[in-house]
Design a protein around this ligand. Structure first.
Ligand code: PXG
Length: 469
């Protein structure tokens, strides 16, 4: 088989052979994948994708937390085509700009709510979430240098947080398996524990008490590092890749108190949570905190084309702009005209179809009720939603919260049943998660829930047969 063969004419096995001969996939055990062959997704429409065997799958993960408007939206394809024919590329270095990049920057500034005195009038573009967080590190350091405090270098993240997989992104992330490869984190990045109440709440402690206690781990860390050395704290509004970990309501106000007290910058990584996922254009509005920098990517184009960036709040922007001097950072594709044109079409569509409002309103409530009913299932420890993100933990014993032994890999067991029955749902350890397209109807939610229940029932049956229950 040669790479020059017409891929359309190839069958599943031939494509899988080509795939493992030439394509190293992200976050993959290459040897293992070669033995089983990759699943080949060939098309998408609405909330469904199809694989090369012709199987139809309900995509409850919106691709990878990004296809918020669903598949097959002509408006986005038209915008890309139009822009490619007009100006497919020009750079924004050397004092040049392009029309879609300007329009999108203004649009994003208009959509970002003012956070107290902090307004978001500026955008720095990249092509992904990881790059955006690298830009954050560069911008935070530049900010403190310009203010004459170059010793403020330390950025605090959270364990089991995810901020990307470049050197800085992986360092800001709190994933031990990532840190184990490549000598990470890079210097001056450190972490605190995540606010995972189900796992770390003490007996008798309320979620609200835990929210405050877990936020204070930030203060402890600031004091350990030395308040004058801490530059910023970075966190996701709701942890996505970590398994949809939703902090108690008291968490963010206490985080705000602490960052204010020590004057450190707050970075809200909204690569997953922005653009309607939590019922708002930007998620900090939902929780009422005031970030200085907001990372975005994914759903800004509903994943149709790569685009990312950072919303730069006035506190940082005024220093970077007013103090002058070149900021020696940027990418070939910063402000890519085609990506920005697609983003404009995507945001326009989201506005017309009122997608954030749907999630904030009745549809989000319907998902919360439906998913919440899973709490009655014998395998479910706690099922919770936040907007159109939902997670549950699979447990051996609901009363004692005993978990299954890791070697059972209960999440993968359940995920296998999802897939075989036509549902794309993620497993993160023993957590089962979904982040459905925001265009789902009530009937779509019912269909997804029926498939989730089926997978849970089949998993329960397996576990009984294995003598685990
Ligand atoms: N920040 C957050 C909060 C993310 O979720 C990134 C940064 C990095 O974005 P890029 O575009 O560089 O991938 C992400 C990405 C998963 C999974 O397993 C999640 C992401 C990426 C890949 C897998 O849930 N999120």
């Amino acid at each position: 088989m040669t790479a020059k063969a017409d891929p359309q004419a190839l069958g599943t096995q031939a494509l899988q052979a080509l795939d493992s001969a030439h394509f190293l996939h992200p976050f993959t055990d290459f040897k293992d994948l070669a033995t089983r062959g990759a699943r080949i997704i060939t098309k998408g429409q609405g909330i469904y994708v199809w694989d090369s065997e012709g199987d139809k799958l309900l995509d409850a993960m919106s691709g990878l937390w990004c296809v918020n408007v669903g598949y097959g939206r002509k408006e986005l394809a038209d915008a890309a085509w139009q822009q490619m024919m007009t100006l497919p590329f020009y750079n924004s270095f050397f004092q040049t700009t392009n029309v879609p990049a300007v329009q999108l920057a203004a649009k994003l500034a208009a959509l970002a709510p003012n956070a107290g005195e902090r307004s978001f009038e500026h955008v720095f573009y990249s092509s992904s979430g990881s790059e955006s967080n690298d830009s954050n590190v560069r911008m935070v350091r530049r900010y403190w240098d310009l203010l004459g405090q170059p010793q403020r270098k330390v950025i605090i993240g959270r364990l089991n947080g995810y901020h990307g997989s470049t050197m800085a992104g992986a360092s800001l992330s709190g994933m031990s398996s990532m840190h184990a490869q490549g000598d990470l984190p890079i210097p001056n990045i450190t972490h605190i524990e995540q606010p995972y109440f189900y796992e770390s709440g003490r007996p008798g402690e309320s979620a609200d008490e835990f929210g405050v206690r877990s936020a204070r781990w930030l203060e402890d860390k600031i004091l350990t590092v030395g308040p004058d050395r801490v530059a910023a704290f970075i966190a996701e509004p709701v942890q996505g890749a970590g398994g949809v970990i939703i902090a108690p309501a008291t968490y963010w106000p206490e985080i705000q108190r602490i960052v204010d007290k020590y004057g450190i910058l707050l970075i809200s990584d909204e690569v997953i949570c922005a653009f309607g996922r939590l019922g708002h254009w930007f998620a900090y509005e939902k929780f009422g905190y005031k970030p200085d920098l907001v990372t975005f990517a994914k759903a800004v184009t509903s994943g149709y084309i790569p685009l990312g960036g950072v919303m730069v709040g006035d506190r940082v922007a005024r220093v970077l702009i007013d103090r002058g001097g070149e900021f020696t950072h940027g990418y070939t594709y910063s402000g890519h005209p085609v990506a920005c044109a697609v983003a404009l079409a995507n945001l326009d569509l989201m506005e017309r179809e009122q997608l954030p409002q749907r999630v904030k309103g009745e549809l989000g409530a319907y998902l919360a009720r439906s998913y919440g009913e899973l709490n009655e299932h014998p395998l479910v420890g706690l099922a919770q939603t936040c907007g159109f993100m939902a997670g549950l933990v699979l447990v051996k014993n609901k009363v004692t919260r005993e978990r299954f032994p890791a070697e059972i890999d209960v999440g993968m067991l359940c995920r296998g049943h999802c897939f075989r029955n036509g549902l794309l749902m993620r497993a993160v350890g023993d957590r089962m998660i979904v982040a459905p397209p925001l265009v789902m109807t009530h009937a779509d939610i019912d269909e997804m829930m029926a498939l989730i229940r089926l997978a849970l029932d089949l998993t329960l049956k397996d576990l009984k047969a294995m003598g685990q229950l």
